[in-house]
Ligand binder design. Structure first.
Ligand SMILES: Cc1cc2nc3c(=O)[nH]c(=O)nc-3n(C[C@H](O)[C@H](O)[C@H](O)COP(=O)(O)OP(=O)(O)OC[C@H]3O[C@@H](n4cnc5c(N)ncnc54)[C@H](O)[C@@H]3O)c2cc1C
Length: 249
């Protein structure tokens, strides 16, 4: 293995996420017991209620629905960005416990802009990765061979392009915020790509909660000011059609 592509899977989520949010929200305004509320909600169409909740910005009930993703084939560069989101939980493949020389060359991501430069550029990139693999192997061996102790220092010569894998859990409120920042055209291409796929996956299971989620321009106005990509209509069209796609990746 060497060059890899991203994949995102929705591993698990709160059962009946929209009903759970609706029970939590209705509880705030009702004298009924929680089981009465849950029974009442189970039989009703709650989409208008959920949409109103989001519109009013009454967002704490939305925190009761959580979503867990498996993300693979992404770079350590993406890792540095996504882990800045503090209201999220992460488990990440370790570069100490897992040696980077299981295959001929460690797994890595090639940026699309480099691929677009053509076959010679891709070959140059691949050869650079192979050189780094040699550096890694040399240090690992000089430090005593494959082990947690040598891996932790040999990895210093690995690039941001190195592949990582992670399991991520976010609640719906954090996801909404995350989609606003990371589905925006101002976000870096790799995190933007997986974010659109994460949005598609949660819209499948909680369509009302996430109906208007995505970059700020989906809900109304671009928040980027002078930095705006000025592609609002293109983005809106992509958002409108995204649920007909099998994958956004
Ligand atoms: C296009 C783009 C470019 C970026 N460029 C850079 C860069 O050059 N350098 C850089 O360092 N970072 C950069 N970032 C990262 C950015 O600064 C944030 O760290 C990251 O997007 C996480 O956002 P957040 O803090 O709003 O979200 P989260 O950590 O997901 O938190 C969600 C919300 O919770 C609240 N919150 C969380 N923690 C606290 C707290 N401690 N105190 C008060 N409120 C809190 C805030 O309201 C926050 O918006 C960039 C991000 C984007 C999208």
């Amino acid at each position: 293995m060497s060059r890899v592509k991203p994949s995102v899977e929705l591993l698990a989520y709160t059962p009946h996420p929209e009903q759970t949010v609706a029970v939590a929200a209705k509880l705030c305004y009702s004298d009924s017991t929680i089981s009465q509320l849950a029974e009442g909600i189970a039989d009703r169409d709650i989409s208008k209620f959920i949409a109103k909740l989001v519109e009013l910005g009454h967002l704490s009930p939305i925190e009761h629905a959580s979503f867990t993703f498996g993300v693979e084939g992404v770079s350590r560069s993406l890792l540095a960005q996504i882990t800045r989101h503090r209201i999220a939980s992460f488990s990440v493949k370790s570069q100490r416990y897992v040696s980077a020389n299981k295959g001929e060359v460690f797994n890595y991501i090639i940026p699309p802009a480099i691929e677009e430069l053509g076959a010679d550029s891709v070959a140059k990139f691949e050869s650079q990765m192979a050189t780094m693999q040699e550096w890694y192997n040399e240090w690992q061996s000089e430090l005593g061979g494959a082990s947690e102790k040598s891996n932790e220092d040999a990895r210093f010569v690995l690039p941001n392009a190195s592949e990582t894998k992670m399991v991520i859990t976010m609640n719906a409120r954090e996801l909404m915020h995350y989609f606003e920042l990371r589905c925006c055209n101002r976000a870096q291409w790799e995190i933007r790509a997986i974010s659109w796929e994460m949005l598609r996956l949660v819209r499948e299971v909680a369509p009302t909660l996430f109906a208007n989620c995505g970059p700020a321009c989906i809900a109304g106005k671009c928040s980027e000011g002078k930095m705006s990509c000025k592609k609002m209509s293109e983005i809106k069209e992509r958002h409108e059609n995204m649920m007909t796609e099998e994958s956004m990746l």
